[in-house]
Design a protein around this ligand. Structure first.
Ligand code: FEO
Length: 397
């Protein structure tokens, strides 16, 4: 369905209510998502982005309901991952000569994906595309989320089209942030999106946000490529990004563990009690790496001051769930967070030490060796776990 945003601008994207996994199985999208594409009609008509390939025919046929495809003068591809470029083949079959405005890297990615010799026009930061009474200004934004990414600013309407940046995986009947009741859920999804997709590129996000703020563009709407348009207070999500990009932390500690026969769980709970003894104002969150959603765990880690990871020793290592989590943590490039490892064991007992080494490799500040307890912890062993938690928490006090 086409939805009007202003007299000139319409949403021509696709709401994907049933999307539960994104990037293969890497990212959970519990609230669905949308692939936002926009049509701007002035003296010239421009299409900004398309949708994911499974919806390519639907996208093109709905586009035809609102415009003669041959009336589209330009296509702007802000980022060419398949969730945004997937409908291009279907569209370009109908209008093969329409120029595609994108960055140089965008052209390389489109060529690499679709192997077509389309009419590419490379643009850089500051380049403008006049549509008649309004114009688009392009702003390169590499690594937000791929090297090809750029934003487009529409004068006259004061709209920033930001592609992946400022997005959320959130399907809704409303196009706008102020059109949904679940405000807390919306901000959580925005943070989960940042933590799981953009966090590795925080240095570049921070610089880009500063650059954007220095441009002092009047912005009425931020139109991302996923989820809701920021209308209520668009500056707020920009400020959030500034905070999230700068070694973000709240008064929280996340303890992620796996357990085979409950010993490591008992350790985790005793350690949590010890942390709460010293830091009563902190939220200490226990999450089972094998049972809780991995992306929710990473989001909790992202917003924490400290992260502890525990696993029993199995076959001279740690469990499958912990291995996956450690690999994902490494990719996040977390900054300025304390880390520690723990785990139960029967005989060899390597897991805690190995996890501690992995946490240090992932960039966490790990000052203690992995904490271990043999077999099933008794009251005395649990008291020692609690004391370990207290000592760890004193580093944060
Ligand atoms: Fe929504 Fe990086 O694609």
């Amino acid at each position: 369905m086409v939805k009007k945003i202003t007299d000139r601008v319409s949403w021509v994207g696709k709401t994907d209510w049933e999307l539960k996994r994104f990037h293969g199985d890497e990212l959970s999208t519990d609230r669905g998502s949308s692939y936002n594409a926009y049509l701007v009609r002035d003296e010239k008509t421009v299409l900004i982005d398309t949708v994911w390939r499974p919806y390519d025919r639907e996208f093109v046929s709905r586009l035809k309901e609102t415009t003669d495809l041959h009336a589209i003068d330009y296509i702007v591809m802000q980022h060419n991952e398949v969730d945004h470029s997937g409908a291009l083949m279907e569209l370009m079959r109908e209008i093969p000569d329409t120029p595609i405005y994108c960055t140089k890297k965008g052209e390389a990615i489109l060529r690499g994906h679709y192997h077509q010799n389309w009419h590419f026009v490379n643009v850089r930061t500051g380049d403008k595309l006049s549509l008649g009474s309004v114009e688009l200004t392009f702003i390169e934004a590499p690594m937000l989320h791929w090297p090809d990414t750029m934003f487009s600013y529409l004068s006259g309407e004061e709209i920033l089209f930001s592609n992946d940046a400022f997005g959320q995986h959130f399907a809704s009947e409303s196009l706008y942030d102020d059109g949904v009741e679940e405000q807390e859920a919306l901000m959580y999804e925005a943070m989960k999106y940042y933590a799981n997709i953009l966090c590795p590129f925080s240095a570049m996000v921070g610089r880009k946000v500063k650059e954007l703020q220095a441009m002092q563009l009047p912005i009425k709407l931020i139109c991302p490529s996923h989820g809701l348009i920021w209308r209520k207070q668009p500056a707020l999500i920009v400020e959030k990004y500034q905070q999230w990009a700068d070694a973000y932390q709240e008064q929280r500690v996340t303890i992620a563990y796996d357990t085979m026969w409950q010993s490591t769980r008992l350790m985790a709970e005793a350690i949590a009690d010890g942390i709460r003894d010293v830091l009563p104002a902190y939220e200490v969150k226990l999450m089972n790496a094998a049972k809780d959603d991995k992306n929710d765990i990473l989001t909790e880690m992202f917003r924490s001051r400290a992260v502890l990871v525990g696993s029993p020793t199995v076959n001279n290592g740690y469990t499958y769930a912990i291995a996956g989590l450690l690999e994902m943590m490494k990719g996040m490039k977390l900054k300025k967070k304390l880390g520690a490892a723990f785990g139960s064991y029967g005989w060899s007992g390597e897991a805690a030490k190995q996890i501690a080494e992995h946490l240090a490799t992932a960039g966490l500040d790990v000052s203690v060796e992995g904490y271990r307890t043999p077999w099933v912890p008794d009251e005395e062993a649990l008291a020692q776990c609690r004391a370990f938690g207290q000592e760890f928490a004193k580093q944060l006090a």
